[in-house]
Design a protein around this ligand. Structure first.
Ligand code: GDP
Ligand code: MG
Length: 314
């Protein structure tokens, strides 16, 4: 059955200036022969993934919740406009009780089978003061699932961007400190070397999903740095799409593919065999030889009636 893709009517809800910029960007993509764009949205729970999906589509297409009770399944929303199709995939948070939710990850992988990811939108909050091991675990889980290459197709979106940094810290300075800290932990979780060109090229963009977002004189939603964030986000998505790196096609091989834990397991029989030949066998040999050549201890020669069961100890 041919899939009927809905018209991307949500664009019409944006300020006219924003609409113009978005249509321009879609035109640019079509000009580069990109007629379909699939964005995968990932991150921890409650950071604003679903809200960001709604903001981009311009409709309330996925459920948002302040209480991290996300559905267990990913949702793909498709919209088309002037011969261009946008697919955006919202996913459940990857962390549960301080650990990676392997089941959620597995469901996401299966959902993505035979799909091609053009852009990974990694979402976190701007108004957070520290990065922790969980961020690293999420980056690692994404890398283990899709391969390092996914980070060539990634951008980081920081939500709650209408925010006043503490202690009178300038907004731009807070933004760059927060970005750097997050990039560092993502790189380490993704095992990207610091000097690799990939490291500096993951763009970070700001997002404000709240209905109370400030607007400029053109009625566009703007952030404390003055930027209209929707066109900027879509522009960055366009740049990542056209950056020349390969999109990630999710096939059966990738889904079942070399999980680092399993790769490790392949070595177990070999290590056991080596242990047998190089450790256990020689030791046995030594012991046998030892027993054979053992000179009788003096007490034994003295009391010749001593039974030999004592040797069984060895
Ligand atoms: P998800 O679990 O990552 O999908 O997060 P949701 O999109 O469900 O959002 C979690 C909560 O944060 C909801 O109450 C949203 O209204 C709120 N929220 C999300 N993004 C923003 C944002 O940019 N600004 C503000 N003020 N609230 C946000
Ligand atoms: Mg959600």
């Amino acid at each position: 059955m041919a899939q009927l893709i809905r018209e991307w009517a949500g664009i019409n809800t944006f300020a006219p200036a924003t609409q113009t910029k978005l249509l321009e960007l879609l035109g640019k993509l079509k000009h580069e022969n990109v007629n379909t764009l699939t964005i995968l949205v990932m991150g921890k729970g409650g950071v604003g993934k679903s809200s960001t999906v709604n903001s981009i589509v311009g409709e309330r297409v996925v459920t948002i919740s302040p209480f991290q009770s996300e559905g267990p399944r990913p949702v793909m929303v498709s919209r088309s406009r002037a011969g261009f199709t946008l697919n955006i995939i919202d996913t459940p948070g990857l962390i549960e009780g301080g650990y990676i939710n392997d089941m959620a990850l597995d469901i996401i992988k299966r959902f993505l089978l035979n799909k091609t990811i053009d852009v990974l939108l990694y979402v976190d909050r701007l108004d957070a003061y520290r990065v922790d091991n969980l961020d690293k675990l999420v980056a690692k889980a994404i890398t283990d699932t899709f391969g390092k290459g996914i980070w060539n197709k990634a951008l980081i979106a920081l939500t709650h961007a209408q925010f006043s940094p503490p202690d009178g810290l300038p907004y731009d300075e807070f933004f760059s400190k927060r970005s750097e800290a997050l990039l560092k932990v993502v790189r380490s979780g993704a095992r990207i070397k610091k000097d690799a060109s990939q490291a500096s090229t993951i763009p970070v963009v700001l997002v404000e999903n709240s209905g109370r977002c400030n607007k400029n004189e053109n009625d566009e939603k703007v952030l404390p740095d003055g930027a209209a964030w929707i066109p900027k986000l879509v522009q960055t998505i366009t740049e990542v799409t056209l950056n020349g790196s390969e999109s990630i096609h999710v096939d059966q091989k990738l889904i079942e593919g070399p999980n680092p834990n399993q790769t490790g397991k392949l070595w177990i029989p070999l290590i056991l065999a080596l242990q047998y030949f190089f450790v256990i066998k020689p030791i046995r040999g030594f012991i046998k030889k030892d027993i054979a050549t053992e000179s009788r201890p003096s007490w034994e020669t003295h009391e010749s009636e001593t039974n030999f069961s004592g040797r069984d100890i060895f």
